[in-house]
Design a protein around this ligand. Sequence first.
Ligand code: GDP
Ligand code: ZN
Length: 302
Amino acid sequence: MLEGLIVKALSGYYYVKPLREGNVVSGEDPSVQCRARGIFKKRGESPLVGDRVIYSLTENGEGTVDEILPRSSQLIRPPVANVHLAVLLFSIKEPDLSLLLLDKFLVHVEHAGLDALICLTKQDLAEAEDDSAERAKALYEGIGYEVIVTSSLEGTGTQIVKERLADQISVFSGQSGVGKSSLLNALMPGLSLETSEISLRLGRGRHTTRHVELIELDNGGFVVDTPGFSQLDFQELGVEELSSSFREFIPFAESCRFRGCSHTHEPGCRVIEAKEEGLIASSRYEHYVEFLTEMKDKKRRY
Ligand code: GDP
Ligand code: ZN
């Protein structure tokens, strides 16, 4: 029985990288071009990039995906299975750090059940007196997130990021222009992904992505080649899921007087108290209220 990892899906083919005892063997074994067994279609299933599968070889050097092993997670956009870590990239400058947008990404990452790694990028552009990165680092580390300050230009923090990506599948997220391709290029010299500068010069847009593919690092890690969480609406989220996606609210929310407390006006709300006592950062609380309003406005419109 052969076990493999689907690293690419294109035109009905799955490209399966052989695994040995569940592990990839870096640099070895080119992927095997496979078709999926007909049975998947009948069951309404389809293999995804990131799936661990059982496959068999056919005479022509190709293969067949016979079985999909259980998934630990499944993203819809991009369609990838078994992603473990979302790397959230936010530039300190160009564009300026937006904590509102960072909190929005975090809600979606928490909702998808992924670990988050926050990278504050382009550190070389920060003025000496600009302490926005340090303050953001302290805030999010206090909540329990891992934060790394990076500069792809100067190589700051890039090795630490790379170590965090080992032996798992990660997705990079963040607005366009924050330095996702540059960071990946800095982690893996020789990868040479197009950065926006180059594609603008060539006069074509990026992310006209036709298929999904995993980029293999040399430490057992894989990175999805398409940014995750590009569509940040709250359609798939309920009000209570919003509040539990602010992870530091959870212990307080459990002791709110009313069940289903929205933490906006209710008497005996522990979340509001915690915000007033400084145990919950006011920016986090304000963003929560803003997202809640956004969600309710949307629901009213339908
Ligand atoms: P993406 O759209 O998120 O993939 O961002 P890119 O990697 O294409 O980078 C966008 C722009 O920011 C490009 O002009 C890069 O050269 C620049 N950039 C990326 N990382 C850094 C960095 O660490 N320092 C500086 N100064 N510029 C950077
Ligand atoms: Zn409450």
